[in-house]
Write a protein of this length. Structure first.
Length: 731
DNA sequence: AACACCGCGTTTTTT
DNA sequence: ACGCGGTGTT
């Protein structure tokens, strides 16, 4: 390696414009390396430069490198940037998500994996439907045995590498039932050659583990393995990576324990520690210089996250100037909060800022509606990031199900989805009959449908309808043989009457569904089958693409929209102007996370993630009252606000009203005495001359300026009153 | 098959 | 409050 450097090779483009730590990581020896990369510390840059270094300096072939990410977006970005640097298309380098890589391995070793060659992917929606069907067939009460719960149980077991056969016999009723559903689910999937997302990883893991030749092949091939967002790996993903490593290869993992926000879906931050222990001679490098946020924002974020324990410990610093203070706005209610945010965004835009530089971040999706209303009212263009993705839309999934069924007639999952969509007289009874018979005979529903028609087992009407369906699919199968991918999809959408069916719906929704179908045809036209695999038919490649990649919902870069998203979806992004909305106890930190300390720490990390998205200016907002679940609720400021030192915050003053410093407001008064000498306290019953009897809900401030919130019951509702004038008497 | 009504839950999301 | 999914009615 040293000799490589002695040559007159120009490596300046690899190391210039990097700080010392980044350079250390990029040019590190071929060893196991843990890069603790703080928010905005340039980790993608380091990964990309590192890979280029491996190729150009260490002379590794791209063939010998494996780079793993969590999202397709991250994989794509990495690929693009590597290609730009290396100056060639590193086609034989594996860069992808855990799932896409697993899928690739399963395709190559389908026999060893005990899968049919044409195994199909089912997404979580398909999985849910299948589980629901199993529960129904077991004649169980869905209310008592929610499919969601069973789905969670199954995925959780798989994520921990546990098969039904590994489960100990249990006499717990619930456990027993879940086991039997899991077992049945596994049988059906195996029989029909279906794999869900968790299965992709588990099956790959088992295949590699149980086949020495395959294991050695990959261990030898992947001389260097790089993993991004390591704090998000789950147990199985860790074991999966562990299996690929050997004494002859090394790994570089990049992660940030402070940005671990996915423990609820199985991510184990602890894997960072395990790496240090399990991988020999690990070199740990900390990237602590932040290139994103101004000084104030960063210090505030550092102070907040310092309240968490068991951290690896990092101290992010920046060379940037202090910048503006964080502004805090205490809104009267959620509408006021939205109004304020929109007003500030307009101001930003009037000062030559762009809408697309603004992001409104919130804890839960329910918060978006009121923000949207305010944005619409003000005529500010916005986009909601996240939500239903393109390939998840029902109309798209229906069209894809047709294609799946045409491609693989035995795909029962696809069959069930569209056998009666659009409605063609094949009702639940008929489908039930076929399902039943298909199980008895151990053949697919498609094949069974043939039998049912041939044997005339059903009334003429149903038989007829089924026959039409068979003909439709067969006709399409023949017709598409010579068509281009986009034409195939167009043909299917047309002949399945999906399009005319949707066209009947004149509403805006129906209209957008039609547009989505057009977009699907369009997407197929743009699709490059080589992205998946050179060796499989374009249609199969496209279906795989659709299954593995949900499709972007992101606003196009060129359009000027305000970005709305949850804090979770904001990870990895940055914006000049950021609003953190709804900083209220119970909302953020969320009620569901407040009971256990780990939950609370994760909420705090989430807050940290949110704050560190901001480059120039950060706003905190909260509302004193908010509509939640149809009820107006009193809210108190989030504890996270009090964890940020006052020196970093400036309170936005309300119009003419002088507001109490937020630090004082955290400790809410519970009692006061009025000018007339009566003492009032929270929870007390009082009488008002006009509103009648009520109960004091909140007391704010003291003395002459004190405000009271009193609940006068159904007819009058809750009112804010000035203690001085309200003239309340104890009831 | 289309529509109306009822009851329930309601944090976060990728593949 | 609201929307979703399930059931029952026309």
């Amino acid at each position: 390696m040293a000799s490589a450097r002695m040559h007159a090779m120009d490596i300046s483009h690899l190391l210039n414009d990097l700080n010392d730590k980044q350079r250390e990581a990029v040019s590190a020896p071929l060893a196991n390396i843990l890069v603790l990369a703080g928010a905005g510390s340039g980790k993608t840059r380091v990964l990309v430069h590192r890979i280029t270094w491996l190729i150009e300096v260490e002379k590794l072939s791209p063939f010998n490198i494996l780079a793993v990410t969590f999202t397709n977006k991250a994989a794509r970005e990495m690929k693009t940037r590597i290609e730009a640097m290396v100056g060639m298309t590193a086609n034989n380098m594996w860069v992808g998500t855990f799932h896409s890589l697993a899928h690739r391995i399963l395709r190559a070793h389908w026999e060893a994996a005990n899968l049919p060659k044409n195994f199909q992917i089912i997404d979580s929606d398909d999985q849910y439907r299948l589980i629901r069907r199993i529960i129904r067939e077991k004649q169980l009460d869905e209310a008592k045995w929610p499919p969601r719960q069973a789905q969670w149980y199954i995925n959780n077991k798989k994520d921990n590498g546990i098969r039904p056969k590994d489960l100990p016999k249990s006499y717990d009723h619930f456990e027993e039932m879940m086991q039997s559903i899991y077992s049945e689910y596994e049988t059906i999937c195996q029989k029909s050659g279906l794999i869900d997302f968790a299965e992709m990883l588990l099956r790959t893991y088992e295949t590699i583990r149980d086949h020495k030749d395959i294991k050695e092949h990959y261990q030898k091939r992947f001389r260097y393995i790089l993993v991004d967002e390591f704090q998000d790996t789950n147990t199985l993903q860790y074991k999966w990576l562990r299996l690929l490593s050997s004494p002859n290869n090394n790994s570089m993992i990049v992660g940030d324990d402070d940005q671990s926000i996915y423990s609820w879906r199985g991510a184990r931050v602890d894997n960072l520690n395990r790496f240090e222990k399990d991988y020999p001679d690990t070199l740990t490098i900390r990237l602590e210089q932040n290139y994103r946020s101004s000084g104030n924002i960063l210090s505030a974020a550092n102070k907040l996250i310092a309240n968490n324990h068991d951290r690896f410990g990092k101290n992010l610093w920046t060379a940037a100037e202090e910048g503006e203070l964080i502004s805090l706005y205490s809104a009267f209610n959620d509408m006021d909060e939205a109004r304020f945010i929109v007003e500030r965004i307009r101001k930003w835009q009037q000062d030559d800022g762009r809408f697309s530089e603004c992001a409104i971040l919130y804890r839960s999706n329910a918060q978006s509606r009121i923000l949207e209303e305010a944005l619409i009212q003000a005529g500010v263009p916005y986009r909601i990031y996240g939500g239903l993705r393109f390939f998840d839309r029902a109309e798209i999934k229906n069209a894809l199900a047709y294609l799946n069924l045409i491609r693989h007639h035995d795909n029962d999952s696809a069959y069930e989805r569209i056998v009666n969509v659009p409605p063609r007289g094949i009702g639940p009874r008929t489908v039930e009959h076929i399902r039943e018979l298909s199980r008895e005979r151990g053949q697919s529903m498609w094949t069974t449908t043939f039998d049912v028609v041939k044997e005339k087992r059903l009334p003429a009407r149903a038989t007829n309808a089924l026959n039409n369906f068979l003909e439709l699919i067969e006709e399409a199968t023949l017709a598409i043989a010579d068509l281009e991918l986009a034409e195939v999809i167009e043909h299917v959408i047309h002949h399945s009457t999906l399009r005319t069916y949707l066209a009947k719906d004149r509403s805006e929704k129906g209209h957008s569904r039609l547009e989505n179908l057009d977009e699907l045809v369009n997407a197929a036209g743009q699709f490059d089958p080589d992205d998946i695999d050179e060796d499989i038919p374009p249609l199969s490649a496209f279906l795989t693409h659709a299954a593995l990649e949900a499709g972007e919902t992101q606003a196009s870069q060129h359009q000027d929209y305000v970005q709305l998203m949850t804090l979770h979806s904001a990870k990895g992004l940055e914006f000049p102007l950021v609003f953190l909305a709804g900083l209220e106890e119970g909302l953020f930190p969320h009620q569901m996370s407040m009971e256990d300390p780990n939950g609370l720490s994760e909420e705090r990390r989430l807050c940290y993630v949110g704050m560190t998205r901001a480059m120039k200016k950060l706003y905190f907002t909260y509302a004193e009252t908010r509509y939640l679940y149809g009820q107006e609720k009193m809210q108190s400021p989030s504890r996270f606000l009090s964890e940020v030192p006052e020196q970093h915050i400036e309170e936005v003053r309300l119009r003419t009203k002088v507001s109490t410093p937020v630090s004082k407001r955290f400790h809410q008064e519970t009692s006061i005495s009025t000018a007339s000498g009566t003492s009032l306290q929270v929870g007390q019953q009082v009488t008002h001359s006009k509103f009648g009897e009520g109960m004091i809900v909140t007391i704010e401030g003291s003395g002459a300026k004190a405000r009271l919130q009193v609940n006068f019951g159904k007819d009058v509702g809750t009112k804010w009153l000035m203690a001085e004038y309200a003239n309340l008497t104890p009831a």
